[in-house]
Design a protein around this ligand. Structure first.
Ligand code: SF4
Ligand code: FES
Length: 371
């Protein structure tokens, strides 16, 4: 029997008022009308609890776009699942948060793009910084744990000190500084987002210093960038090992980016029980464990530790999801990553080029396009 999952990422919608160029949602966004209903989400969460899930991240897109969010939270809470809301903060009101807390919401993670309001709005593709600041205050007033999440890239890495100060000023318990993982829109905009080695070195020094200074005050999490150090990341703690993702239309995936692997045949909660999906579906068994590996992973001492890196990244960069993740220096394709990092183009004069950004309907527009 496979290990039991403990975490579920519920992508309630791909709809979002923001247009971040680093978004990891797929280029083909699920339309609002194809989303699961309230009862289908409630049922999926009850089934998740039955197979061992104890923690759900309610994410998107922007989950606040779901008017039934409190009912979904209540269903999770009733099934014994701890819920965390992952939000941009846009659209959060005191009354709405009150209903969510009453339904059983346990914590909130707020995305922040930059410490400077104008830079934050530019990266988010719309005015949103003030709404985030208000949302942080509401979460603190409601007595919920508050985390900030910052996706890092060349346009905000140099603001790391100021971002940590922002976390302190907004009363956060935790700040997650997550270097961009290149999936979906972020992969598409990779050359606009990739930082320099010097930027990363400076940022790492800052994190080390501030962590020591802030011990016991603000938890500082640093999510390493796998393109730079020649080491593959243990993606998702292994395929089908710890967690699962339910996409807005009910597709169940071992990770949020797996829909990009074309022949995966991912199952849907509308058609199958989660228990079957987790235990027996070909999708979840496909890269579970180490049997599927080829060399160099198959004979590598680290294969039980990093699981050969990320299947989605291996597919995105080599066209073969069974290949060793090119982020690993032992991969025969490592030059795909190393050359990119070493020949990274110079930063544009505006500081944010003209990336292509996701819109709510999934069409591609240039920066600054109206919703
Ligand atoms: Fe990990 Fe495979 Fe690289 Fe070994 S060869 S370090 S298992 S990715
Ligand atoms: Fe899919 Fe890494 S993101 S396995």
């Amino acid at each position: 029997m496979p290990p039991r999952p403990w975490a579920l990422l519920a992508e309630l919608t791909h709809g979002c008022p923001l247009h971040c160029a680093y978004c990891s949602n797929p280029l083909e966004l699920v339309e609002r009308k194809a989303e699961l209903t309230t009862e289908q989400w409630a049922d999926a969460l009850r089934q998740a609890a039955d197979i061992g899930v104890v923690s759900a991240h309610l994410s998107g897109g922007e989950p606040l776009l779901r008017s039934d969010l409190d009912a979904i939270v209540a269903a999770a809470d009733g099934a014994g699942i701890h819920t965390q809301l992952i939000t941009s903060g846009v659209g959060l009101t005191r009354a709405r948060l009150g209903r969510l807390v009453e339904a059983g919401l346990r914590s909130v993670q707020l995305s922040v793009q930059h410490a400077e309001p104008s830079a934050s709005d530019l990266i988010a593709g719309r005015r949103s910084f003030a709404a985030k600041e208000r949302a942080a205050a509401l979460v603190r007033d409601a007595g919920l744990p508050l985390g900030l999440n910052v996706v890092l890239h060349r346009h905000n890495l140099d603001a790391l000190d100021a971002l940590i100060d922002l976390g302190l000023a907004w009363g956060a318990d935790r700040i997650e500084l997550a270097n961009t993982q290149f999936y979906g829109w972020a992969l598409h905009n990779r050359t606009e987002l990739l930082p320099s080695r010097e930027q990363l070195d400076r940022a790492q020094r800052t994190v080390r210093l501030r962590r020591t200074e802030l011990t016991g005050t603000l938890e500082v999490i640093w999510v390493v960038p796998d393109y730079f150090d020649g080491k593959a990341k243990p993606c998702m703690g292994g395929w089908g090992a710890l967690s699962l993702t339910v996409a807005p239309d009910g597709t169940v995936l071992p990770c949020p980016a797996a829909a990009s692997i074309p022949d995966l045949g991912a199952p849907n909660v509308r058609d199958h029980r989660l228990e079957w999906i987790w235990d027996r579906s070909p999708t979840f068994r496909r890269y579970r464990g180490t049997e599927w590996m080829r060399d160099p992973c198959r004979s590598c001492d680290l294969r039980e530790k990093d699981f050969g890196g990320c299947r989605c990244q291996a597919f995105a960069l080599t066209g073969d999801a069974t290949a060793t993740d090119p982020a690993c220096r032992l991969s025969p394709h490592h030059s795909l990553v190393r050359d990119l990092v070493d020949t990274r183009p110079e930063q544009t004069a505006t500081g944010l080029g003209r990336p292509r950004r996701p819109t709510r309907r999934g069409t591609i527009t240039q920066e600054g396009a109206a919703e």
